[in-house]
Design a protein around this ligand. Sequence first.
Ligand code: SF4
Ligand code: SF4
Length: 346
Amino acid sequence: MKAYTITRDNLGAWLDALARDYTLIAPVREEESVSLFKPVSGFAEINLGYTNSTVSPKGWLFPQTEEMFFFSTGGDQITLADAQTPGPAVLFGLRPCDIKGILALDPVFNGAYQDCYYQKRRQDTILVGLSCTRVERDCFCTSMGGGPTDGGGADLLLTEIDGGYGIEVLTPRGEKLVNRYQQYFDADRENRVIPAREELGKKLAGHFTRNVDTTGLKEFLDQHFELPYWGELARRCLGCGICTYICPTCHCFDIFDQSPDGESGVRSRCWDSCMFSHFTRMAGGHNPRPTQKERVRNRFLHKLKYHRDRYNLDGCVGCGRCVTRCPVNIDIRQIIADLQEVARHE
Ligand code: SF4
Ligand code: SF4
C-alpha cells in the first residue's frame, strides 16, 4: 500500500484544486453546534475540526430529496426524461464510521436490486476518509467492528501527523487521484504514515466511554421476535424519526409526483422513516405495524438482525448520532445491553 505526506498548506491548495475540478463535498459548520456535508468551493469553507457531523454524509449518495425523472403526457404518449445527476465528485473528510455506513448502504442499492440513482452517484464519487483524532461521548464504533482510524472502504485515508497529514492509498481510484495532483504530495520515505495511524488508533481505543457486546445477540433475536421489552421501550419513543434521518445506514424512502397541471411534472423520492405511524400503512388502510411497539422493534431488529440476515453486515456502525440526538435518550448501546440481559435470563 502506498503512502504519502502532505503539508497543511498543500492540503489547502489540493482541496482548492479538487473544488475546481470536481464537485467537492466536505464537512462544513453551519451553526455553532451543527455540522454537515455539502458542496464547497474551496478549503476556506471546510471544517476539519469536527468529529461526527450532525447529519451523516449519506445524503450525497442518497439525497434527502432526489428528482428521479420528468414526465409529460400528450395524447396516448408519455414522455420520460432523466433528471440531471451531478457527475464526478469527491466526498472528502469521511470519518471511518461513515465510510462503513456507505458500505452498509451498498448492498441495499447496489446488490440484488440495482438502484440506478445511487449507483451513478456511487460510481462517480471518490471517497476520501479522515482518521478521527478524538472520540466523542456517544461513539462506539469499535463495538461494531470499526475503529477511529479504520478507513477500509475509502479510496484514500488521511491521518493527521506531525506537520500535516499522512495519506494512504487504498484503491486504484485513490491512486489515480493522487497521481493527478502529485505536485502537492511527498512520498512517505521514512515510512511513518502507517505506524502513526496505528499508534493513534491504539491510543483512541482506550477513550471510548461505553463498549457493548453484540455476541450472540442476533441468534437470540432470531428466536425471540415477541419480547415485552419492545413495549416498554415504545412507551418512551415519541416517533419523531430523528434517529432515522441522521443515521448513516437508514435508507427508507417514499416516492411522490408533482404535477401542477396534471399533464407533466417530476417524480421524486425523499427520506422516510419506519418510526412514523403511516410508513407501513397500506392503500386499503391496514397497517402491519399499528403501534410504536412494532415500529421501535423494527428499527432495532433492522440494525441488529435484519441487515445481517440480508447482507451479513451490521445495520449499525456505532456512530452514536441517534444516542446524542434522541429527545428522550433512547440509547442503542443500552438496548443492546438490556437485550443481552434478557437473553441471559431466558
Ligand atoms: S429519536 Fe428517539 S424518540 Fe425520536 S423516533 Fe427515534 S427513538 Fe423515538
Ligand atoms: S443506529 Fe444510531 S449509532 Fe447506529 S449507525 Fe445509526 S445513528 Fe449511528
